[in-house]
Design a protein around this ligand. Structure first.
Ligand code: GLV
Length: 300
């Protein structure tokens, strides 16, 4: 089986992927864009990590596009992406575990005031803050896919009062009104873009906090800044941004109520994800059912 491996990889990343994919599927031939173009008719699958737009055109015998990213919004934004070819999201157990850890860190730090203590230290302030129990903290998880469910169960195991919401489920507003911390793990689709806007923040109880681990475009940045500056929201923990890396002049960088990560809440781990990708490649080759396929209608 000839497989295209395409994407924007950092130094060493492509080699790591090739090593792990090659070990998991030694019978496959892995190739880059130029090589794949030269034998376009023989390419049966593509394994991609944010490839340049247009990369997947002109491969008439493609049977599977396997994303190495959990979120496929960027792939779907490429108008040249062939619509007849099945597209699979990455569901990597190591990434799921890492996401649960990051969510736990953010929620625990918000709940126990650790970000506030950090700020107090910078300001030379010695002051105890009220100490709530975990079961007194209501956490709403937006999104109930692999990641949302893993985060919910990790937080529930720590005694947090966890509720979940999915877009085609119940009403959002009553759930927001009952949330001290919101953790966003929704897929980015036209229906969820800009969901975290002024109306959303105004529906949360005063002093609530927001954790965005999904996509920057879920948030209306100016509305978030306004809610923080007016004291309507207590804090925001942000891993993802409209433009990444976040431009140096963006107010989030230096905002005292914003804690940032550089889109590093949960990285796909080639050691485990290669096996996940290869299982799907074998299914594509053998004509058996593939896992984690994207519904093009729903866009995730
Ligand atoms: C990361 O954001 C991913 O979609 O894998």
């Amino acid at each position: 089986m000839k497989v295209l491996l395409a994407g924007r990889f950092d130094a060493g990343e492509r080699e790591a992927w090739l090593r792990h994919l090659g070990a998991a599927m030694p019978e496959a031939q892995w190739m880059g864009l130029a090589e794949a173009r030269a034998q376009a008719h023989e390419i049966q699958a593509a394994v991609v990590a944010n490839p340049p737009p247009g990369s997947l055109q002109g491969l008439p015998n493609l049977r599977l596009i396997q994303s190495l990213w959990a979120g496929v919004d960027r792939l779907l934004a490429d108008a040249t992406l062939p619509t007849r070819v099945p597209l699979a999201r990455m569901v990597d157990p190591a990434m799921t575990a890492a996401m649960a850890e990051t969510a736990l860190w953010a929620v625990l730090s918000l709940h126990r005031g650790f970000f506030d203590y950090q700020q107090q230290q910078r300001e030379g302030v010695w002051r105890e803050l009220a100490q709530r129990r975990a079961d007194e903290v209501r956490v709403l998880i937006l999104g109930q896919g692999e990641l949302g469910r893993a985060v919910a169960s990790r937080l529930a195991a720590q005694a947090y009062a966890v509720a979940g919401w999915r877009r085609d489920g119940s009403e959002l507003a009553p759930k927001l009104a009952q949330a001290d911390i919101v953790v966003n793990l929704l897929p980015l689709t036209p229906a969820t873009r800009g969901l975290l806007d002024a109306g959303f923040f105004a529906t949360l109880p005063p002093g609530a906090s927001v954790v965005n681990l999904a996509r920057g475009a879920h948030v209306v940045d100016d509305d978030l800044l306004d809610a923080l500056d007016r004291g309507r929201l207590h804090r925001a923990v942000l891993d993802v941004f409209h433009t990444e890396p976040l431009p140096a002049a963006h107010p989030f960088w230096r905002h005292p109520k914003v804690t940032m990560l550089p889109h590093a809440a949960a990285l796909t781990d080639p050691r485990s994800a290669a096996a996940v990708a290869v299982a799907n490649l074998r299914s594509a080759r053998d004509g058996t059912a593939m896992a984690h396929l994207v519904d093009r209608g729903r866009q995730y």
